[in-house]
Design a protein around this ligand. Sequence first.
Ligand code: PAF
Length: 291
Amino acid sequence: MRTLRTVSELRTAVRAARRQDPQAQIGLVPTMGALHDGHLELMRQARLECEHVVVSLFVNPSQFNAEADLAAYPRDELTDAGLVTDAGADFLFAPALETVYPPGFATSVQLSGPLVDSLEGAHRGAAHFHGVTTVVTKLLNMVQPDVAFFGAKDAQQVLVIRKLVADLDLPVRIEAVSTVREPDGLARSSRNVRLTPDDRPQAIALHAALTAAEQAYAAGERDAAVVRAAAATEMTRRGIAPEYLALVDPTTLSPVTTVADGTLVAVAAHVGGVRLIDNTTLQSPSPNGRR
Ligand code: PAF
């Protein structure tokens, strides 16, 4: 595994890989570090599908809406580099801030409309997604991968990036990889390390809410308000108030009044000082009882 710092080092390495085998697929796993099992799953998937895997590590200031959140973001490149090596990736692209945003940088890539204004956008501000789309466009241009892998936990981010890629005709396939969970159901997130031992038990409120929504749907309930109420009750029981708990169309993110297979249930909540998000997609149970 080689760590690359500059765009020219990166391009030379990717060009050499392509020259060796023009059919080879290049996979990109964009990360902000603080790697956990969710990221390792992205890398495993990339390794399965691609001959060459680039993992990027860049804590992107423009997608944080609070200075304190950016300052508190866990950083440990040495440990991350070890995990990237163990995962069998070929390159770690870890550029400096000035490499991504050189002095005088003045361009922003912005989607408009409900995909960026709803859910996370409504609570964090659409500027969060403008930061994401700008840096992802840059990373895709720098690496020029065939496939880029993103976590399904950030369902809205995946939709936004797919729209970005479609609108700008970017020659890359976007793949969403299933959420990895702790044994009690808490979705893996770089923020979980900031949960105090006192707050940690309450963090399963999000997963419990999603499970309640799934169970209500599996039991035949189709009224979105009733499904939402079942989910909200699970959070209240654990003393957690949702920032949002929404049942939405999985492609437009518009709220639905009747749920169906594919309806996205998305939730965000503060647990202690930590903001967590999670989601599930409703599916009718299969005849053998499995989802
Ligand atoms: O999902 C993340 O970790 C970030 O939003 C991403 C895609 C690496 C862009 O900074």
